[in-house]
Design a protein around this ligand. Sequence first.
Ligand code: KIV
Length: 258
Amino acid sequence: MNKKIKKIIDKKNKSKIVCLTAYSKNIAEIVDNHADIVLVGDSLGSVLYNYKTTRKVNLKMMIEHTKSVRMGVKKSLLVIDLPHNTYRNKSEALKNSKVAIKETKCDAVKVEGGERVQHIVSHLVKNKIPVLGHIGLTPQTVKGKFKSVGKSQKEKNKLIRDAKALEKNGAFGIVLECTYSDISKKISNLIKIPTIGIGASVYCDGQVLVTDDIIGLTDAKIKFVKKYVDIKKIINSAVLKFKQEVKSKKYPTKKYSY
Ligand code: KIV
C-alpha cells in the first residue's frame, strides 16, 4: 500500500485527520503546512465560478486547479474530486482517474456515493488508484435544497450499508457530509478506515472544511462552517491603503522606483 495512504489510515483512533480544500498554489502552500490531506474539491464550482451546483464542474477545470495546487503541496496527501459525469461506469472512471493522476501527480481520487459506486471503487482500487469515498449529503446528486442525512432509521441503515460497501471495496477513507452525530459515531466505530466529517460531528476520525469558508473569503452561512479569520476585511484594508497612496502620490516612493 502507498505509504502516504497507510499513514492516513494509521491515524484512526490515534490522531485526528486534518483535511482542507485548496484550489490554487498559494493557498495550498499554507494549507500543506498543517493538513494531512489537501483536497481539490469540486466545491470550486460554487466557490470560484458561482455555479449553483457542482454538477457543472468538468474534469479539465479540476485538472488545471489541481496542477496549480500540486505546486504548493509537498507533504500532504493530495486528493482530486472526480467531477459529475466522469465516473458513470468502470472504464470511464478508470480512464479519467488515470488522466487526472498523470496530469496532476495527485495521490488519490474522491468519488461520491456508497453502494451505487462500489463496483467503480473496486475497479479503481484493483487498478492501483487510491479512492476516498464520500457519502451522506453528496452535492453532485442533490438537485434541490441541501439537507442533513441520517435522521430516520431508513437513512441510518442506508448510510451504514454505504460505508460498509466502500470499506469492503477498498476505499482508504470516507467523507461523511452532513450526517447526524449518532450515525456518524456509529459508522466511525463500525469501520476500520477513517471517516472524515464535514458537518458530521466530532465523532469522525477527521474533519474537512472548505478553506475559503474558514478564512472568510466566502460569505458561507452554513451551520457547520466556522470562520477563523475575516480575510476579506484584511485584503480590503490593504487595497484601500494602496488606492489612497496612489491617489495621494505617496506610492511609489524612491524605495519602490528604479
Ligand atoms: O468539494 C468539496 O470541497 C468537498 C469537501 C468539502 C468534502 O467535497
